[in-house]
Write a protein that binds this ligand. Structure first.
Ligand SMILES: Cc1cc2nc3c(=O)[nH]c(=O)nc-3n(C[C@H](O)[C@H](O)[C@H](O)COP(=O)(O)OP(=O)(O)OC[C@H]3O[C@@H](n4cnc5c(N)ncnc54)[C@H](O)[C@@H]3O)c2cc1C
Length: 472
């Protein structure tokens, strides 16, 4: 068996760049082909480079190659989430102050750039503006297309890693060879990334050390701060129908939509309208590829084999975790690369399938249940339980985002915790909480009615006073 020491990675995104470092540290010669131009020339503050969240899994993978301290310097800590409630109230939920849970908001391009700045320390060569257009598994040749001249060339390679994202050409070549079947699951919602200057509005507390969530039955906005104190927001909406990406097609309809659903952000509409209206909406998709490798020659990684929707902020984290697991599998099986790839798929696929499923469940929670008293009561009660018993009870969110347990163990552990809590009578607590939420809602509505009446009475009285004064 040949001992491969040269690896060709397709895609220098998140997973590809970190894997290059992992493999170079194991004395592999690494070359990467990337279709975009040099990352140093790409802007950080634009809709194309949003902020994303790094959490426990991603951080653990970075620590393993001594990179966390470098990355931490360009990330902003988030200690909790601010929920912009339909009533206009702001609710701050710490992720876990006693446990010190933190997520890190980081600009996507800056993260990618920081990883690539490490390349000079290792035997890593990056070739930009070269798109891989096909892989021939029999001759072990890749075909490349220069993005500038459109000239095509071929190259014989020893071992290829497909880290080329959700629309992976390497995966498509595996499908063509009938090695791999892929299922794409699309949601009927999509997203647009918008750079939102913080509204200069003293009435709103825009904490920059928190994740911001505006959630309505038919719309959600996720806001993440960046080091300059501004926000990049991901606006998620149905693709078609009323109040959808299709129907909001002018500045007027955008403004009316924000005034109705997100009044605290409506002051930002003039600044975001052009960006919003010119950007196409991207549908949310999950990728389930059934085979991730071919013999000892090719393996997929990250979104190329398991893209998930964004609702737990796990895509980069899972791609980084892949790098650590794949490197471990290579350490254990080397020089038997087929064995390494097979172990990698066995260790990861069940977990990433579970992750894709829980992300979809969270999407349903966000869109259908966020205003439901029962759902809110359940999440409040479980949040309290977690605060009261920090070492014992963990919400699914904590287990997915703030732990490094495998995704399937995280789900199992959460189910067990919920069963125990029910046996201890948690349902009664939830019922009390539902009643409290409904009472608050009714009180709020009554208060609004009283305020409206007050306003009517005052303006009627003012009109009467004015007309009486005019008469005399
Ligand atoms: C709106 C949004 C918000 C998100 N938020 C989060 C978050 O908060 N936290 C989180 O962890 N994840 C988040 N994600 C997911 C995350 O961005 C991805 O899961 C992650 O980038 C996947 O890494 P990757 O290396 O597999 O792919 P990518 O990072 O997409 O990298 C693929 C690379 O391959 C290159 N490429 C593609 N095709 C070719 C080709 N044929 N030849 C050569 N090069 C090619 C691309 O240019 C790119 O550089 C979010 C995603 C979206 C869309």
């Amino acid at each position: 068996m040949n001992k491969p020491r040269k690896v060709t990675i397709i895609g220098a995104g998140m997973g590809g760049s970190l894997l290059a470092i992992y493999l170079a540290r194991r004395n592999f010669d690494v070359e990467i082909y990337e279709l975009r131009n040099n990352i140093a020339s790409l802007p950080c503050l634009s809709a194309k480079s949003i902020n994303q969240s790094l959490s426990a899994r991603g951080i653990a993978a970075l620590k393993e190659v001594q990179l966390w301290d470098v990355i931490k310097n360009i990330a902003s800590p988030e200690h909790g989430r601010v929920i912009h409630e339909p009533s206009g109230e702001l609710l701050y939920q710490p992720y876990g102050d006693t446990q010190g849970y933190t997520e890190w908001s980081i600009n996507r391009n800056e993260l990618n750039r920081a990883l690539q700045e490490q390349f000079h320390r290792y035997p890593i060569t990056i070739i930009n503006e070269e798109k891989c257009v096909s892989v021939d598994f029999d001759t072990r040749v890749i075909e490349l297309e220069n993005q500038y001249t459109k000239k095509r060339t071929t190259k014989k390679v020893e071992l290829v890693v497909g880290a080329d994202g959700i629309h992976s050409v390497v995966r498509k070549s595996l499908e063509k060879k009938q090695v791999c079947n892929t299922r794409f699951e699309y949601l009927d919602w999509g997203y647009k990334n918008i750079f939102v200057p913080v509204p200069h509005n003293d009435t709103i507390l825009f904490r920059t050390d928190a994740f911001h969530l505006w959630s309505k039955k038919k719309a959600a906005i996720f806001g993440m701060s960046n080091s300059g104190g501004n926000f990049t927001c991901t606006i998620t909406l149905p693709l078609v129908g009323p109040d959808s990406f299709a129907s909001i097609d002018s500045t007027e309809s955008l403004l009316s939509f924000f005034e109705r659903h997100f009044p605290d952000l409506s002051a930002s509409v003039p600044a975001i309208a052009e960006d919003f209206l010119s950007q196409p909406a991207t549908p949310f998709a999950s990728v389930y590829a059934d085979t991730w490798y071919y013999k000892d020659f090719c393996v997929l990684l990250g979104d190329a084999c398991h893209a998930v929707t964004i609702f737990y902020g796990q895509g980069i984290n899972a791609a980084f975790e892949d790098c650590a697991v794949l490197a471990q599998c290579i350490d254990n099986a080397y020089p038997n690369m087929e064995q390494a790839f097979s172990s990698f798929q066995t260790l990861r696929k069940t977990d990433t399938d579970v992750l894709a499923d829980v992300c979809k469940d969270r999407f349903i929670e966000l869109k259908d249940k966020y205003e439901s008293p029962l759902f809110l009561a359940r999440s409040y009660v479980f949040m309290w339980l977690e605060r009261l018993f920090p070492g014992t009870f963990h919400s699914l969110y904590t287990l997915i985002v703030h732990s490094t347990l495998s995704y399937s163990v995280a789900v199992q552990r959460n189910n067990t915790g919920k069963r125990i809590a029910r046996l201890c009578g948690v349902d009664i607590l939830i019922l009390v909480c539902v009643l409290w939420i409904m009472a608050r809602k009714t009180a709020y509505r009554l208060l609004e009615k009283v305020n409206n009446l007050k306003r009517l009475y005052v303006s009627g009285f003012q009109k009467l006073a004015k007309s009486t004064l005019r008469k005399y």
